[in-house]
Design a protein around this ligand. Structure first.
Ligand code: SF4
Ligand code: SF4
Length: 165
């Protein structure tokens, strides 16, 4: 009978990996339920948010708490707390924060693109770039390139010809 080597790892299911995955899925479900109760959509696949407690103006300010659309931020024990499950990484808190680099949000889009910002001006610039890209796509739909225009004209001509036969 072959003897088992003690250092040999058991093959098959990695129980730790399964546990991690199950926990991840449970968290995701909880998050979806909570956000659905607020009627808020998730636009980002994943993200993180941090608040620098040493630079935060706290009790004198609380503007981020007022700006948060999901109530992910709250006031507790003399500081701003975060319910991470409720954060949709929208950036409203960064936009309203009176201290640069106090709140940092990083987020990943479904496309894999990542964005990180911690100042209102960075958030505004990012939003401007996103809007400009959307506008450009819309313009292309209305005003096609010469190549696209000629292709459309050809199609139109063919349709006309087949309708006349
Ligand atoms: S990023 Fe948006 S959802 Fe998250 S804490 Fe800030 S305001 Fe709230
Ligand atoms: S807006 Fe910024 S400075 Fe004001 S409480 Fe929130 S994190 Fe602190």
């Amino acid at each position: 009978m072959p003897r088992k080597n003690k250092s040999e790892k058991p093959s098959g299911i990695d129980i730790f990996q399964v546990l991690i995955q199950t926990e991840k899925e449970a968290k995701q479900r909880k998050r979806e339920e909570l956000l659905a109760s607020f009627g808020v959509k998730q636009y980002f696949a994943e993200g993180t948010i941090t608040i620098n407690k040493t630079t935060c103006k706290g009790v004198e300010c609380k503007l981020c708490i007022k700006a948060c659309p999901t109530n992910a931020l709250f006031w507790k024990a003399g500081e701003v707390g975060i319910t991470k499950e409720l954060c949709v990484y929208c950036g409203a808190c960064v936009l309203n924060c009176i201290v640069d680099d106090c709140i940092t949000v990083s987020r990943k889009r479904e496309t894999g693109e990542t964005e990180r910002f911690s100042k209102p001006k960075d958030f505004t610039a990012l939003q401007h770039a996103i809007d400009a890209e959307k506008r450009f796509k819309r313009v292309l739909e209305v005003f096609p390139t010469v190549k696209e225009y000629l292709k459309r004209q050809k199609k139109r001509k063919r349709r006309k010809e087949s309708a006349n036969h």
